[in-house]
Design a protein around this ligand. Sequence first.
Ligand code: AHM
Ligand code: MG
Length: 335
Amino acid sequence: AESASVNTDIVTLTRFLTEEQTKHKEATGDFTLLCHALQFSFKAISYYIRRATLVNLTGLAGQSNATGDDQKKLDVIGNDLFIAAMKSSGKCALLVSEEEEEVIYFKDQSGARYAVACDPIDGSSNLDAGVSVGTIFGIHKLEEGSTGTKEDILKPGTELLAAGFTMYGASAQLVITMRGGSVDGFTLDNSFGEFILTHPDMKIPKKRAIYSVNEGNSHYWEDGTKDYFNALKLPQENGKPYSARYIGSMVADAYRTLLYGGIFAYPADKKSPKGKLRILYECAPMAMVFENAGGQALDSKMNRMLEVVPEHIHDRSGIFMGSYDEVEKVKGFHK
Ligand code: AHM
Ligand code: MG
């Protein structure tokens, strides 16, 4: 019968989180509530991105953000939506956003036990061209007894409780992982208004001949980095060189790399010795996703990305992340 081909046992993000929660006896449900607020902000951001050209939301807002980038109108809206969602969840004690110079404290939230870092709309320089952008997030739990201070967020990625990102592409894709857990991918079904589990237990292929890097910076790269990328352009064992794919939007480049395999890099270089991407809300959450999917992520000194401890909330790092074997190759050239 026709109905036999329709899935009537759909796993929504809400159901998935509820089922996860029941696996942990000590769980209070607070994390689940925080995630409900998170997913609402993703839906709202997705909605405004899709409407942007029609309702005059393209272009600059006329100000710069904490790290000196020109803010787009949608950067401001995405940031405001995210802050409102975190505040109203009642579970978020403090928030670091790429768009805010200082930590935002929600002091009136007694019982809020989480610290969140986010880039509300990463890759926003691509927005007006309709290219995929995304939201990246990392969630820490407050130390026992802490009332919520900067120290609760200035932690290495190894201590992240959960992390992930949403890509606003042809469809909105949410990827989430918890400490020591699987990586699970959800697709926003616009008619249901729900994220549906479409990619359970994602694993990154062990290798793939695709590299993703802004080669316009190659003049400034360290020798090891130059040699590594040059080697990928030579015919490999199968007689073919690697393919290059660079969107210039980390979430989109990372999502492709997660699904197809390969390497994504934004190395530190002589012009930007600390790299470009930010540790708390770009590098560490992505590194957690990649490791939990069976890949690896390193900084430019070949340290495990998840062990890098930021001193300041907007600190940057070089990053190499991708398939296990591809990252091994990176190490070989950076000895
Ligand atoms: P943003 O947070 O200001 O959007 O910058 C981060 C973006 C990443 O999405 C992307 O990987 C990188 O910057 C691209 O930088 P470049 O244009 O230098 O290649
Ligand atoms: Mg960003």
